[in-house]
Design a protein around this ligand. Structure first.
Ligand code: F6P
Length: 360
């Protein structure tokens, strides 16, 4: 039913993006559909940066990190950053983006991205363009799906870091704080903290009190455990605190760039307990590199499902994982919903049951 479709990756990169692109291209071509890649996210759609993707040029990209198409988490065609008369302004360029697609004969779009990208995808769907989205993010914070691809890889990297921090913390009798990503959700911190045997896991969903963290460290000291491991999500904050990060430029659709809570906490712990405390910020190591086998499989399933969804004539949908089955769900059903860790869920309960502190 479609002769030519487009695919784009938007938002921060994430292990498994190339695996989705590969599956989209192979599956679409198998149905006789030509695929064009839009470069650099929605910015490339406005700027008309497109390239044909064939089975030959997606060959070999399955294990590769990043995205062969390039991406950006800055460009929103509905509020597009541009210069008019030498002045920086934000303008609606969605019409120009749609014209570029029409001129190229692209009749539908597969949009691979996180919450911001999916919102833009849904807006294009409302303008009449057939759009199917694939949920991507290491943060695992998209409502309606149990997993986003990239998360498993990020958790593996963070768990490996915790294993390494354990041996050096134990040798030096130090407190080690590991700051992980995750934006306003604590999924990476919770999973890696559980997998890596952390003593405290601090997540945005459970505001912490520093005195509870000190108490946990001192309790371990009294038990003869002279080191402690703390995982803190970048979006965690104290009961009476605020998010630590860099604020975006005025007028932009960008969000606060989180980061710095780990170092702040490390200084507070050292001052309060007198125990030498160091902080490691894992940062973009969690996003780079090759996807785990789990993420490669999930990404492939999502890519194939996105084409099936388009072929079923659906638009404004997202492919999702529920009870390990791939389903299609209307983007309208997830709009405005949170994708956070449930504080009364079994993961938090399991952590509490084995005496992990959430600092509350
Ligand atoms: O959403 C993925 C993510 O890595 C977040 O965990 C993090 O807050 C953000 O992106 C960082 O974005 P950037 O790479 O633009 O600094």
């Amino acid at each position: 039913m479609f002769r030519r479709i487009g695919v784009l990756t938007g938002g921060g990169d994430c292990p498994g993006l190339n695996a989705v692109i590969r599956a989209v291209v192979k599956s679409a071509v198998g149905h006789g559909i030509e695929v064009w890649g839009i470069k650099n996210g929605f910015g490339g759609l406005v700027e008309n940066q497109m390239v044909e993707l064939t089975v030959a040029n997606v060959s070999g990209i399955l294990p590769r990190g990043g995205t062969i198409l390039g991406t950006t988490n800055r460009d929103n065609p509905f509020n597009y950053r541009c210069y008019q008369d030498g002045q920086l302004v934000y303008a609606d360029m969605s019409g120009r983006a749609l014209n570029n697609l029409t001129e190229k004969g692209i009749e539908a779009l597969v949009v691979i991205g996180g919450d911001g990208t999916l919102r833009i995808g849904a807006e294009f769907g409302q303008l009449g363009l057939p759009v199917v989205c694939v949920p991507k993010t290491i943060d695992n914070d998209i409502p309606g799906t149990e997993r986003t691809f990239g998360f498993d890889t990020a958790v593996s990297v963070a768990t490996d870091a915790l294993d390494r921090l354990h041996t050096t913390a134990e040798s030096h009798h130090r407190v080690m704080v590991l700051e992980v990503m995750g934006r306003y959700a604590g999924w990476i911190a919770l999973h890696s903290g559980l997998a890596g045997g952390a003593d405290c896991i601090l997540i945005p969903e459970i505001p912490y009190q520093t005195k509870s963290i000190y108490a946990k460290i001192m309790e371990r000291q009294q038990q003869g455990k002279l080191f402690s491991i703390i995982v803190v999500a970048e979006g965690a904050k104290a009961v009476d605190g605020e998010w630590i990060g860099t604020k975006p430029a005025e007028g932009s659709s960008e969000r606060i760039r989180l980061g710095g809570i780990g170092e702040k906490l490390a200084r507070e712990i050292e001052t309060a307990t007198g125990i030498e405390t160091r902080c490691t910020v894992l940062g973009h190591l969690q996003r780079g590199g090759s996807p785990t086998p789990y993420d490669r499989v999930l990404a492939t399933r999502y890519g194939v499902a996105a084409i099936d969804c388009l072929l079923e004539g659906k638009s404004g949908y997202m492919v999702a994982l529920q009870k390990n089955q791939i389903i299609n769900m209307p983007l309208a059903d997830i709009a405005g919903k949170p994708g956070n860790v449930p504080v009364d869920g079994d993961l938090v309960a399991a952590a509490r049951a084995i005496n992990i502190s959430f600092g509350d």
